[in-house]
Design a protein around this ligand. Structure first.
Ligand SMILES: Cc1ncc(COP(=O)(O)O)c(C=O)c1O
Length: 388
């Protein structure tokens, strides 16, 4: 048989981290003591109050059957209560909230619910790659919005040509931002809602890092008047509760968009395991639990050690205000690929090159705060010895 991948799959952009991944594997295989600041996956276990709830729920045979298509109602009630308490946004759990299998599930499937072949999807660059691949799978045409330091890593809405805006169905945003750690002020959300309503575009806001912050709590776009008519927001339990492997999130916002996404998902999956949804309910009901808040303190200590340490070594690394990513500047004249390669070769520390996210970010690198502070200090010490 002559197997060929679908045109859709072939249309995905090449994976730009391939070289650095190869080098990383070789370094680990060589037995070096590698410090991995490359992975955006919390290193600490899920808090035990959530695991205890899971243990109870898994023994209840009612949870062993197919999940409800649109989620355990009690989980959605807790998601609505979280939205009301945290953001002051009151939503109807039945029509304005949808349970997802991690936020990635919702993000990847949303374009299938609303993008027709040839429609434009506005995606941030740099950005989480699934905005782009989801658009391509639906036959849409991703149009890159360059996020730059000059614009505070917010899309410049005025730079989007009118004909592009007119053909766009969907615009993706993500604050706190991966990889730049930028946060969006409410004034930006206000402008975005006006822009979206003018051009009849649905806003998809990815709030995966909403609860990891060191200054003001990040906002939800649904706080803006009129946003509920034109926006859907994706929330994740992965990072807030150290639950990446559990695969649980929810979408919130415009009921027609939520309904269309539910219809796509109803044809792709049968929802997340009920016991996980009960554990997720316990997590959301206790999002201010000491064990959850302690993670932010941990990330704060790590952030200060990394940012202050690298900055003192002459590598400009501003303290991030939110997320567990740090977005630093490579030394002048050194490309991100060269910087990250030498740091791996000479210091056995894994960083992510900005150029892998977007060509105009080739002067930057990303580090994740997902190792303990003593290892971060060790990484800083090793990197500081490299002469540029
Ligand atoms: C910006 C952003 N959005 C969404 C996700 C997906 O998270 P999950 O599917 O675990 O909820 C990630 C994961 O790294 C991410 O960085």
């Amino acid at each position: 048989m002559n197997f060929e991948k679908s045109e859709r799959l072939k249309a995905l952009p090449p994976y730009l981290f391939i070289e650095i991944d190869k080098k990383k594997r070789a370094k680990i295989a060589s037995g070096a003591d590698v410090i991995n600041l490359g992975i955006g996956d919390p290193d600490k276990p899920t808090p035990s109050f959530i695991i205890d709830k899971m243990a109870e729920a898994i023994r209840d045979s009612k949870n062993h059957r197919y999940p409800f298509d649109e989620g355990v109602p009690a989980f959605k009630d807790s998601a609505a209560a979280f939205m009301a308490e945290r953001f002051g946004v009151k939503l109807d759990p039945a029509s304005e909230i949808l349970t997802t299998i991690g936020s990635k599930d919702g993000i990847a499937h949303l374009p299938l619910a609303m993008v027709n072949p040839g429609d434009v999807v506005l995606v941030p660059a740099p950005g989480y790659p699934v905005y782009n691949s989801g658009a391509i799978f639906a036959g849409g045409r991703p149009w890159k919005m360059d996020l730059t330091a000059e614009n505070g890593y917010l899309p410049d809405l005025e730079a989007i040509p009118v004909d592009v805006a007119e053909q766009a169905r969907l615009i993706w945003i993500n604050y706190p931002n991966n990889p730049t750690a930028a946060v969006a002020p409410l004034t930006f959300y206000q402008l975005l809602v006006e822009f979206a309503r003018k051009h009849d575009i649905i806003i998809a806001s990815d709030l995966a890092y909403s609860e990891t912050y060191f200054e003001e709590p990040p906002h939800s776009i649904l706080e803006i008047d009129g946003a509920r008519q034109c926006a859907i927001e994706f929330h994740s339990l992965s990072k807030t509760f150290n639950m990446t492997g559990w695969r649980l999130g929810f979408a919130a916002g415009n009921p027609e968009v939520i309904g269309a996404l539910a219809q796509v998902k109803g044809n792709c999956d049968s929802g997340q395991f009920n016991a996980i949804q009960w554990a997720g309910k316990e997590a959301l009901d206790n999002y201010k639990h000491d064990d959850v808040l302690a993670m932010t303190q941990t990330y704060r200590q790590r952030r200060d050690a990394l940012c202050d340490g690298l900055s003192a070594a002459g590598i400009e690394t501003p303290r991030c205000a939110a997320s567990f990513f740090v977005w630093g500047k490579c030394p002048a004249g050194v490309s991100s690929m060269d910087f990250v390669s030498r740091v791996l070769d000479e210091a056995a520390v894994v960083l992510v090159p900005g150029g892998g996210f977007a060509p105009h970010c080739d002067d930057s690198f990303r580090a994740a705060l997902t190792v303990d502070v003593d290892r971060i200090e060790e990484a800083v010490d090793r990197i500081s010895k490299i002469k540029w």
